[in-house]
Write a protein that binds this ligand. Structure first.
Ligand code: NAD
Length: 494
């Protein structure tokens, strides 16, 4: 990847995107479209179809028909594997195009987008393609006059609702295991990051996925997302996004067919720095990256920095220095460390949180403002707020922006108490040279993933899921497969 290639792709006009239903490009039933605004400069990039309830119903009917006639689920595992591996290859072959399209749509810095988006998505699809013929049923240890067998069957139609921060990576976390297990899927990308995901769906068809097995409908969550949630014909709903939407999806399920709902929600993850951390300079750099990359729009972002009082000032200065070295700007420039905030709405929300933090006694040590407004884009300086009380708003509510709240602590017990004092439980970290303390922290902090002497970067072999109001069920690893299968018992008298 070099800058010239990126600029050539940036210069290309983006043709309008439609839904993909039954393997075909389909406009909204009433012809309506939504403008796609690029957060890089606020310009209109293209349009997407503004889906209607009947578009969603049509997509679900297509998925149901493809499942019932077994055009995908009924294929031998080796045949399904071949298609998925080809899809992964196509994603890799088109990686730069996908990444640049996604960045123009959602503002993530290109370096991170290349790695976390097509790179990760191809790896995930390949992982589940390789796994699909290694998932066996079971024979139960019954008495000898019966045979108890446990079959693992696809659930049927999976509805997948995806957020805007990492559409390809998170999309692949759902699509990989769902398709590998033989399900048919209806996908709903986020309004402000549909393009690269829709392109990835096109590539699935190029790879030979039968028509109707993967349908994708764009548009507003409150319209097409709700229609998916309320459908009587979707068997499982998988979602990544905000807690508010997650709560609605559970209501939709209760009001319709009681479909299983798996939620990956937000976090307020604690990054805990003990004075005995092995390398404080490294910890400071990683802490800055752990909150400021992708403008803090990372579900596992280490948004609460808990620092042992004896090193507080020195450590926070080192984080501020690391943040100052991260260039904010045009996300398509290779030397940019922090790209654009996804939308103006999100940027204004971030600034609102900064104001509340100040009103509640926090001190702005760095950032706190919108920058580069003259570009027309949505940029925010990496922001560090010190003296943040554990019960204050920015300690308790997810900002989902480049805003780090710093709180000091005196003892390990106090650090644990503060770390566990939110409704969330997605990720966390502890930095220490003390092996026993490291293990104590893994046990004590209520999260889905706990890092020791690092932050982020856990690969596809391990699950990512939240506890508390960070969600239920996991993406990634073989454990994710459980969401996409039903267990069926065969009880046979011999
Ligand atoms: P969001 O909930 O607003 O939107 C997510 C998706 O839900 C979008 O596709 C949207 O169109 C759809 N949606 C919105 N309203 C809906 C409704 N009424 N019915 C059905 N669908 C609806 O969230 P967001 O702002 O796009 O994403 C940011 C949030 O996602 C943050 O809170 C972040 O922490 C969380 N997140 C979590 C993880 C994780 O793995 N746990 C990963 C990434 C992001």
């Amino acid at each position: 990847m070099d800058q010239t290639q990126i600029e050539a792709l940036r210069a290309q006009a983006v043709t309008p995107f439609t839904h993909i239903i039954d393997g075909k490009q389909v406009a909204a039933s009433d012809g309506a479209t939504l403008d796609v605004i690029s957060p890089i400069d606020g310009s209109v990039l293209t349009t997407i179809a503004k889906g209607t309830v009947s578009d969603m119903e049509r997509a679900i009917a297509s998925a149901r028909a493809s499942f019932e006639d077994q055009r995908w689920a009924g294929q031998p595992p080796a045949a399904r594997k071949k298609v998925l591996l080809k899809w992964a290859d196509l994603i890799e072959a088109n990686a730069l195009e996908l990444a640049v399209l996604g960045v123009r749509d959602n503002g993530t810095e290109i370096g991170m987008a290349m790695k976390a988006e097509p790179g990760s998505a191809a790896g995930t699809i390949r992982y589940y393609a390789e796994a699909l013929d290694k998932i066996y049923g079971e024979i139960a240890p019954t008495s000898h006059d019966v045979l108890g067998m446990i079959h693992k069957e696809p659930v049927g139609v999976v509805g997948a609702i995806i957020p805007w921060n990492f559409p390809l990576m998170i999309g692949a976390w759902k699509l990989g295991p769902a398709l590998a297990m033989g399900n048919s899927v209806v996908l709903k990308p986020a309004e402000t990051a549909s393009l690269s995901l829709m392109r990835m769906v096109q590539l699935a068809h190029d790879a030979g996925l039968p028509e109707g097995v993967l349908n994708a409908v764009t548009g507003e969550g409150a319209v097409v997302g709700e229609a998916m949630g309320l459908s009587m014909d979707v068997d499982v709903l998988v979602f990544t996004g905000s807690g508010g939407t997650g709560r609605r999806l559970m209501e939709y399920s209760a009001r319709s067919n009681m479909k299983r709902v798996y939620l990956e929600l937000g976090g307020k993850s604690p990054n805990i720095i003990f004075a005995d951390a092995p390398n404080l300079d490294e910890a400071a750099k990683v802490a800055a990256g752990g909150i400021f990359r992708n403008s803090g729009q990372v579900c596992v972002a280490g948004s609460r920095l808990l620092v042992e009082a004896s090193i507080h000032d020195e450590f926070v200065s080192a984080v501020a220095k690391a943040a100052a070295g991260m260039r904010v700007g045009d996300p398509l420039k290779l030397n940019t460390a922090i790209g654009a905030v996804n939308s103006e709405t999100q940027l204004l929300q971030n600034l609102g949180f900064v104001k509340i933090a100040q009103d509640e006694g926090g001190e702005i040590m760095a950032g706190g403002t919108r920058i580069l407004e003259e570009t027309g884009g949505y940029y925010m300086a990496p922001t560090i707020v010190t003296g943040v009380a554990p019960e204050s708003t920015i300690s308790q509510k997810e900002v989902f922006g480049p805003v780090l709240g710093v709180t000091s602590f005196e003892t390990e017990e106090e650090a644990i108490r503060i770390a566990n004092s939110t409704v969330y439980g997605l990720a966390g970290a502890a930095w220490t040279s003390n092996l026993s303390r490291a293990h104590r922290m893994v046990r004590a902090i209520r999260t889905g993933v706990m890092h020791i002497n690092t932050y982020g970067g856990a690969d596809g072999t391990v699950p990512l899921g939240g506890v508390g109001q960070s969600g239920n069920g996991s993406d990634k690893s073989l454990h994710a497969i459980e969401k996409y299968i039903n267990l069926k018992t065969a009880w046979i008298k011999l």
